[in-house]
Design a protein around this ligand. Structure first.
Ligand code: ADP
Length: 237
């Protein structure tokens, strides 16, 4: 048990001594002359769910992309399960993104020509799984996300909320350790957004995946167990 007097920094992970799954230390990123990250420290525990909030331009998306190994930082370290990942070459980094991370973007980014089930199966297929096992896993996740019976539909035949659930199934089917979501409810109405977020958190909890969500929706942020606020490229203390 942690003592009540123990203080905890906003960027540090809480969970009863569980080692963090993802750590960013001293992260600095500058675009031309614009400093987007100005020495960010953050820890994400296994199974943690964190909202990254802050005004537009405060560095939220840059932080998400640096933590996910999409964008290199100029200085600092990113560690996954205690291992540095920021120094990996593009090949291993893209392999890591495919196997350890899942992604949900604002507007689904589903492949228009593929069915819901094929879209959800895609990361598994790219990872070398057999078509039958990938399709079976995709179907299981679509069912869990309330899309039973809609697996043969193309993205154009789904509502915005349904398409986001397919994107969530796709992000989870390969059982990643961290799901990154950049404004996942940004294109949805308030109620659908809240339901979609609930579906994402519930599904992630089932596999103990950590969830890192960039959002400027205060209701969504307040519904998350932990919030990290950014301003001018720094985590607000
Ligand atoms: P947020 O997600 O909080 O809106 P961003 O991480 O997108 O913030 O951006 C942080 C800062 O970096 C902003 O000032 C933005 O204009 C700048 N920035 C982001 N991406 C680029 C880029 N590709 N080129 C130049 N400046 C960028």
């Amino acid at each position: 048990m942690r003592s009540h007097t123990q203080t905890q920094l906003p960027g540090s992970s809480a969970v009863h001594g569980t080692p963090p799954v993802l750590v960013g230390r001293g992260l600095i990123k500058t675009y031309d002359t614009q400093r987007a990250l100005d020495g960010v420290n953050i820890e994400i525990g296994a199974g943690d769910a964190v909202a990254i909030v802050g005004p537009s331009g405060s560095g939220k998306s840059t932080l998400l992309h640096v933590l996910a190994g999409i964008l290199p930082s100029d200085a600092g370290e990113v560690l996954l399960a205690g291992r540095r990942i920021d120094q990996l070459g593009e090949g291993p980094r893209s392999e890591l993104r495919r196997t350890q991370f899942g992604f949900v973007f604002q507007s689904g980014m589903l492949v228009a020509e593929l069915t819901a089930q094929e879209n959800a199966a895609l990361p598994l297929l790219l990872g070398g799984a057999s078509r039958s096992s990938a399709m079976a896993a995709a179907l299981e996740w679509l069912d869990k996300l309330g899309l039973a019976g809609k697996e043969k539909r193309l993205p154009g035949q789904l509502s915005g909320g349904e398409a986001q659930r397919v994107a969530i199934a796709r992000a989870l089917a390969h059982r990643p350790s961290v799901i990154f979501a950049d404004e996942p409810t940004g294109a949805l109405d308030t109620r659908t957004g809240a339901e979609t977020m609930r579906a994402l958190l519930d599904a992630a909890a089932e596999t103990n995946a950590a969830v890192v969500v960039v959002t400027h929706d205060t209701d969504i942020a307040e519904s998350m167990p932990r919030t990290v606020s950014m301003r001018d490229g720094r985590v607000q203390l």
